[in-house]
Ligand binder design. Structure first.
Ligand code: NAD
Length: 352
């Protein structure tokens, strides 16, 4: 299989394939860039159809992590690992133990964390084999919950801070009285709704499952809407907190909101969606910038001398970074997603 000619290959520093037949493990680790520091990126377990699909994913995701860490002011590079298999059927302790050994073979130039299909208990198994497993032994927390290794509270707080900065920029006001439509009442979306409620926003929420929506209606006074209606509402802000590619050819023409600011990864179906949003006067908070609270959390959990306050202050920088992007996007008459990419490249390439 060709790696150097692969369409997603982007000068990745190290791509490694690992197979342990006895443990049932087939995995790939990709380190995209370590100019700013060791590569961080979660481990994803997914029933990929074949190894080519897994390679495409790991090349793309590891590159995304370089950009995310650079924009989050972290001394970290970008990497990712993928395990080929169905996490509900194929996962075993032997497999996670072997994965821990694979991560350890990078001697600290890559460390891993949680992603789809991998739980904190899996990381704990890996951590018996390697010191380079993040997301275990969490100590700090932004919102007063007991630290348990789940970065969602930090992600939600970062999205809240970033959404507030984006509303200030686009509408010239604070969050009191602003209407926000949230797609996805999961780990991040629900906590975002709590912060917004406290700030005086009016909430419209949806999910494909009723539990989170019912809770938001009862506890936060939110209005429930059908999943297919969330993007056409006459609201100030849309916060995508479910799946990727939710800003697409179908939803974009129906959007009435002037701000898009949410947690989901890869919100734009294509990069050109950023140009179209700009033409329509909609301010888009680049996803990997506004949702970096989780990666900032993972970084601080590994620092011996951090604190709740230091982690919170770092997450609040997301608002400052977004304002920098918006100001440059205005100066250069360019879409915010493209400006974010350029600033990230300036940061990690200048350290090469
Ligand atoms: P989650 O799985 O807890 O929540 C997602 C919610 O979206 C679920 O309740 C799901 O039912 C709902 N959903 C799925 N499809 C939907 C649809 N079509 N319409 C409405 N609702 C739908 O995930 P999460 O941890 O809250 O993460 C939310 C998003 O943020 C994901 O895209 C994730 O990749 C991204 N993200 C999360 C973190 C984190 O720290 N958890 C960090 C960075 C990015």
């Amino acid at each position: 299989m060709s790696v150097f000619d692969h369409p997603e290959f982007d000068n990745h520093e190290h791509v490694s394939f690992y197979h342990d037949e006895k443990a049932g493990l087939s995995a790939i680790i990709a380190v995209h860039n370590t100019n700013l520091g060791p590569a961080l990126g979660g481990c994803r377990m997914w029933p990929y159809i074949n190894s080519a699909e897994a390679l495409t994913d790991v090349l793309r995701l590891s590159k995304g992590m370089t950009y995310k860490s650079a924009m989050a002011n972290l001394e970290l590079g970008g990497g990712k690992s993928v395990i080929i298999g169905d996490p509900r059927k194929a996962k075993t302790t032997e497999m996670m133990t072997a994965m821990g050994r694979f991560v350890d073979s990078f001697n600290g130039s890559y460390f891993t964390a949680e992603d789809s299909g991998i739980a904190v208990t899996d990381l704990q198994t890996m951590a018996k084999q390697s010191d380079y497993i993040a997301g275990v032994n969490a100590k700090y927390h932004v919102a007063g919950e007991v630290p348990d290794g789940n970065p969602a509270p930090s992600t939600a707080y970062g999205v809240f801070v970033g959404l507030r900065a984006t509303v200030e920029q686009a509408l010239g006001q604070g969050l009191d009285g602003i209407s926000v439509a949230i797609q996805g009442m999961g780990h991040v979306g629900y906590r975002l709704a709590q912060h917004l409620k406290q700030a005086g926003a009016r909430l419209y929420v949806t999910d494909i499952f009723p539990e989170g929506v019912n809770k938001a209606v009862e506890e936060l006074g939110a209005t429930a809407v059908a999943p297919e209606e969330i993007y056409n509402l006459d609201v100030d802000v849309i916060a995508p907190c479910a799946l990727g590619a939710s800003i697409n050819d179908e939803t974009l023409p129906t959007i009435k909101a002037k701000v898009i600011a949410g947690a989901a990864n890869n919100q734009l179906a294509r990069e050109e969606m950023g140009d179209l949003l700009r033409q329509r006067g909609i301010l888009y908070a680049p996803d990997y910038v506004i949702n970096a609270g989780g990666v900032i959390d993972i970084f601080h959990q590994r620092m011996p001398e951090s604190s709740d306050e230091k982690m919170r202050a770092h997450i609040e920088q997301i608002g400052v970074t977004l304002k920098e992007i918006y100001s440059r996007a205005d100066d250069e008459q360019a879409p915010t997603n493209r400006v974010a990419n350029i600033i990230a490249e300036e940061r990690f390439q200048s350290k090469g």
